[in-house]
Design a protein around this ligand. Structure first.
Ligand code: 0GZ
Length: 306
C-alpha cells in the first residue's frame, strides 16, 4: 500500500500492453521513461506538483522486455524533486542496462555528483514547464551546467513551445549537448511550417549540440486516434512534426515510451501500440537504427558505442 494519495483524476499506466507488431532493432534503448517510488520506499518530494501512482523499476523492466527493448534511460520525474534515490536505485538494479538523468540543486557536492556518475547518471534535467516545477534562477542552472559538463554529461530541457523565444539565450549558452524533451511540445494544431515550429527547427539547425526526443505523441495529439484497441495509425496529427525532426536530424534524435506517462488527462496509451507508432515517424530501417540504437548508445553508453 502506498502511503500517498494520488492526485484526483490520476490515470494509472496501462496494464497488459499488447505485443508490438513493429519489432525494434536489437539493442534498442527506451531513452525516456520514469520510475515513481514506490512511495513507501522512495517518498515523493514535498515540493511536488502531483502525486502519481507507484510505478516501480520491476514494472519498468518487465515492460522493457515485453516491448523488445534492451536498455532504458530513466529520467528523474518531477514528483521526486531533486531526491534521485528511486532513479538511482533503478539504474543500480539494472545490471548496466539503464542509465539515468538526474535533477540536482546548486548545493550538490562533487562527491554526490561522482556517486551519481558511478550509478549511471549521464545528464541533468532542467524543467521550465510551470505546472511541474517552481522557477529556478538561470544563474543557478548555468552553474550546474558548468559543473556537470566536466563529467561529460549533457542537459535535458523540458519547456513549452511558446516559451522558446524567451529561453533561447539561456539554452544557446549551455556548454554541453542539450536534449529537448518531447520536441519542445509543439502545438500540432498550428502549421508545421508556421513560425512556432520553424523556430524549433532553427534552434536545432543553428546549434549542432541540440538533440530532440521525438516522444510523447499521446501528449501532443489533439485528433488522435488514440493508441488503444489495436489502433495502428495512432496520433496522425503528430506524425508530420516528429517525422520532420527525424528526417532532418537523423543523428540527433532519441525515442522513449515516457512510461508511466505522468499527468495524462484524456487516456492512457497501450505502450505496445506506442511502439507501433515508431515506423510512422522513422520510416526506414536506417532511421530506426539511428533513433533507437546508435544515437542513444552514443549519448549514454559512449564506451560501448561503435
Ligand atoms: O508533461 C508532463 O506532465 C511530464 C511530466 C514529467 C515529470 O513530472 O517529470 O516528465 C515528463 O516527461 C512529462
Amino acid at each position: 500500500m502506498s502511503t500517498f494519495t494520488k492526485t484526483p483524476g490520476w490515470l494509472d499506466w496501462y496494464a497488459g500492453p499488447s505485443k508490438p507488431r513493429f519489432q525494434v532493432p536489437p539493442g534498442s534503448v527506451d531513452a525516456h521513461c520514469h520510475v515513481f517510488g514506490p512511495g513507501a520506499e522512495f517518498p515523493y518530494a514535498p515540493e511536488r506538483k502531483y502525486t502519481p501512482c507507484d510505478a516501480s523499476k520491476h514494472e519498468l523492466y518487465a515492460l522493457r522486455d515485453h516491448l523488445g527493448f534492451a536498455r532504458n534511460v530513466v529520467v528523474q520525474a518531477t514528483c521526486h524533486g531533486a531526491d534521485n534515490r528511486a532513479m538511482v536505485d533503478a539504474c543500480l538494479s539494472s545490471g548496466g542496462k539503464a542509465r539515468g538523468v538526474a535533477t540536482v540543486k546548486r548545493s550538490v557536492t562533487d562527491e554526490e555528483l561522482q556517486a551519481l556518475h558511478a550509478a549511471g547518471v549521464r545528464g541533468v534535467r532542467f524543467n521550465f514547464v510551470k505546472r511541474l516545477v517552481d522557477f529556478t534562477p538561470k544563474d543557478e542552472l548555468l552553474e550546474i551546467a558548468g559543473r556537470i559538463a566536466k563529467l561529460g554529461w549533457h542537459v535535458v530541457i523540458y519547456f513549452e513551445a511558446v516559451d522558446l523565444p524567451e529561453l533561447w539565450d539561456f539554452f544557446t549558452a549551455l556548454p554541453t549537448t542539450v536534449v529537448v524533451d518531447h520536441m519542445g511540445r509543439p502545438d500540432v494544431t498550428k502549421p508545421i511550417d508556421g513560425p512556432e515550429f520553424e523556430l524549433f527547427l532553427k534552434f536545432m539547425r543553428q546549434h549542432p549540440n541540440v538533440w530532440s526526443k521525438v516522444s510523447c505523441p499521446e501528449r501532443l495529439s489533439v485528433t488522435g486516434p488514440k493508441a488503444l484497441n489495436g489502433e495502428q495509425a495512432a496520433y496522425q496529427d503528430v506524425v508530420p512534426f516528429a517525422r520532420k525532426v527525424v528526417e532532418e536530424f537523423p543523428d540527433r534524435v532519441l525515442w522513449g515510451t515516457d512510461w508511466p506517462h505522468p499527468n495524462l488527462k484524456d487516456h492512457m496509451p497501450d505502450d505496445g501500440l506506442l511502439v507501433d507508432f515508431i515506423p510512422h515517424i522513422a520510416p526506414t530501417a536506417e532511421l530506426q537504427k539511428k533513433l533507437l540504437v546508435d544515437n542513444p548508445m552514443r549519448l549514454y553508453w559512449p564506451e560501448e558505442a561503435k
